[in-house]
Design a protein around this ligand. Structure first.
Ligand code: C2E
Ligand code: MG
Ligand code: MG
Ligand code: MG
Length: 287
């Protein structure tokens, strides 16, 4: 190929990539209009008492041709696009509707947590979106809502994120730092961010039984949580043995496939009614 043709080839590919990206964004916008998104819910439990603490809402795309898609297949496409805030607003509205429905149908006051994209956290419109969505429900709806944010997405403009968290907390909304321990954790940020809960990233939990370093990190996060007076929950609890070990370390709250996989809203109440924590967890003696 001559130099000129090479550039043309490159330009064509580049152009196709851009067009493809725009098409994917347009398709996601259409999916939002067509109500193709659904929320799945994954329980959070206290392993020692067996109590249900709440549920995390996790978005799925029920694609008419491709089936049920997980966030990894579409969130990165819109991560720097205003659509991610539109999707977060939809998730918020849907989660509030669902908490209301569970309360109205069976008297189940279940706390639901939603995940916020970095874009939404930094855009400055979220508090207004939250207020308007909460206004559609009886007072106190905010007390059944928790918001999970990534530490990394709070860092760009930490001052305004701190302000936003404070405003939301006045409405009863709780905050959790998701995937805690990976990324940019520093003690200074932890001290400044007024989040109620630290969610220990699943990467530390996965290998905790065989990896002494991960075990040390878990101990570190747990003592940090105690010093800063934060609650702590372990993600990615896949086996009874993981849970036993976490209980021995003093971490009672957990979420993971070993408890339940994310499930459609209709399966939540039947799951709650039939769930019993594994015997080795229940009333396990504190070490
Ligand atoms: P995340 O908030 O850290 O959610 C935990 C992810 O781990 C979920 O994947 C969940 O299905 C999965 N998981 C739970 N328990 C286990 C386990 O025991 N083992 C393993 N290997 N995985 C487990 P999912 O649903 O694919 O979501 C991935 C990420 O996408 C989430 O990570 C969150 O950052 C983002 N996300 C999900 N839903 C939303 C949403 O509605 N809005 C926004 N902005 N982000 C979302
Ligand atoms: Mg999360
Ligand atoms: Mg996480
Ligand atoms: Mg994650």
């Amino acid at each position: 190929l001559s130099g000129k043709n090479r550039y043309m080839l490159f330009d064509t590919k580049h152009h196709e990539a851009i067009v493809g990206h725009h098409e994917r964004i347009a398709r996601i916008e259409k999916a939002l209009e067509n109500e193709e998104f659904v929320l799945y819910y994954q329980p959070k439990v206290n392993m020692r008492t067996g109590r249900i603490m709440g549920l995390e809402a996790l978005v799925r795309w029920q694609h008419p041709e491709r089936g049920l898609l997980r966030p990894a297949e579409f969130l990165t496409v819109i991560q720097n696009h205003p659509l991610s805030t539109a999707l977060d607003a939809w998730v918020l509205g849907e989660a509030l509707m669902q908490t209301h429905r569970w309360q109205a149908d069976g008297g189940h006051a279940l706390c639901v947590s939603i995940n916020l994209s970095a874009m939404t956290l930094q855009q400055g419109q979220f508090f207004d979106i939250l207020k308007s969505r909460l206004a559609q429900w009886p007072a106190g709806a905010g007390e059944l809502l928790e918001i999970e944010i990534l530490e990394s997405s709070a860092l760009d403009d930490i001052g305004s994120v701190i302000g936003l968290i404070r405003q939301c907390r006045e409405l009863g909304v709780r905050f959790a730092l998701d995937d805690f321990g990976v990324g940019y954790s520093s003690l200074t940020y932890l001290k400044r961010l007024p989040a109620n809960t630290l969610k220990i990233d699943q990467s530390f939990v996965r290998d905790m039984l065989s990896d002494a370093d991960d075990m040390a990190i878990l101990r570190g996060i747990l003592s940090l949580a105690q010093v800063f007076d934060r609650e702590v929950i372990a993600e990615g609890v896949e086996t009874i043995a993981h849970g036993e070990c976490l209980l021995d370390l003093g971490c009672d709250a957990a979420q993971g496939y070993g408890i339940a996989r994310p499930m459609p809203a209709a399966r939540v109440i039947p799951w709650i009614e039939s769930w019993v924590a594994p015997a080795p967890w229940l009333n396990r003696e504190k070490r």
